[in-house]
Design a protein around this ligand. Structure first.
Ligand SMILES: [Fe+2]
Length: 299
């Protein structure tokens, strides 16, 4: 069938718009396309690494005493004080911590990046936190000479420095918080990559007569921990991958499991993995640093 255009139906007699680009438009668009990689790089290195995200995450906990329903824990991790992360940024992060209402602050490791020179500055900064604070160590908080073997030179310096503050460092040990004779237990583990990591020792050091919250820097530890039935495990270490791509997620992660960021239910234990505050390489893309506030709720 042949279709013949009926010119009598055409009411708009103006000439069809010229859809070709003018030279000026072409040059402008080419310049924008050319600048895109540079503007993305500038954003990923100058803006997002310092764009802290504060947000609430509700954590359902079975058998949570009513006294702790709504208990708020501010999760701080992976500060990485050192020559790469500006101390001014970390000072602003601690100011943010102090401005957020919470019942407790838990710092889950990587205070420094193996660097003894930064132990005192970061511990002095943690001393400014205006809330009850417990700290555990991460893989970068041990000796710069042999972090994998866990030589504890830096860790010992952190321990000594924190003893002069209100912050309590938990090394395979536990502390409790009491409300009306009900207890919430906070357990701090040594880092998974060190021979000091001994969860059995930590869980044997107290009698768990209430829900347990475990600070364990590396989320790969979760399978070691679920047999002890903690209510919640709080980790960092991954930094969320620092760069996350659409449909792919983080191309590079320092873990064997898939627990890269956020909240997971692992055999009835809640695992929260924070993207952290600092970084190793100064780049973050689709992976903002964060200060999550975990709110415990009766399940
Ligand atoms: Fe880290």
């Amino acid at each position: 069938m042949t279709v013949v255009a009926d010119e009598s139906l055409r009411t708009d007699t103006s000439p069809a718009p010229d859809k070709r680009l003018s030279r000026r438009q072409f040059l402008r668009r080419a310049a924008m396309c050319g600048l895109l990689p540079f503007s993305t790089a500038a954003y990923a290195t100058e803006i997002e690494p310092f764009w802290l995200h504060s947000h609430d995450v509700e954590i359902p906990i079975a058998n949570l005493p009513a006294e702790f329903d709504g208990f708020r824990i501010l999760h701080v991790t992976d500060l990485h004080a050192g020559p790469i992360v500006p101390i001014g940024y970390l000072e602003r992060a601690i100011e943010r911590v102090n401005a957020i209402d919470a019942d407790l602050v838990l710092v889950t490791g990587d205070l420094v990046t193996h660097d003894m020179d930064w132990v005192q500055p970061i511990c002095s900064l943690l001393a400014k936190i205006n809330k009850r604070t417990y700290v555990s160590l991460g893989n970068h908080d041990y000796s710069e000479l042999s972090p994998v073997l866990g030589q504890p030179f830096v860790a010992s310096a952190i321990e000594q420095a924190l003893m002069l503050t209100h912050c309590t460092l938990l090394r395979n040990s536990a502390a409790s918080i009491e409300r009306n004779d009900k207890r919430l237990w906070i357990v701090g583990l040594e880092d998974y990559y060190t021979p000091l990591y001994k969860p059995a020792e930590a869980f044997a050091s107290f009698k768990a007569d209430g829900p347990m919250i475990v600070m364990s820097h590396n989320p790969d530890t979760i399978d070691d921990l679920t047999p002890y039935h903690p209510a919640l495990v709080m980790s960092g270490h991954t930094h969320g991958g620092q760069v996350r791509l659409p449909f792919i997620g983080a191309p590079i992660l320092p873990i064997q499991t898939n627990y890269d960021q956020g909240l997971f239910d692992v055999k009835g234990t809640q695992l929260f993995v924070s993207r952290g505050v600092g970084y190793l390489k100064r780049i973050r893309l689709n992976c903002r640093p964060e200060l999550p506030r975990l709110i415990l709720k009766r399940a």
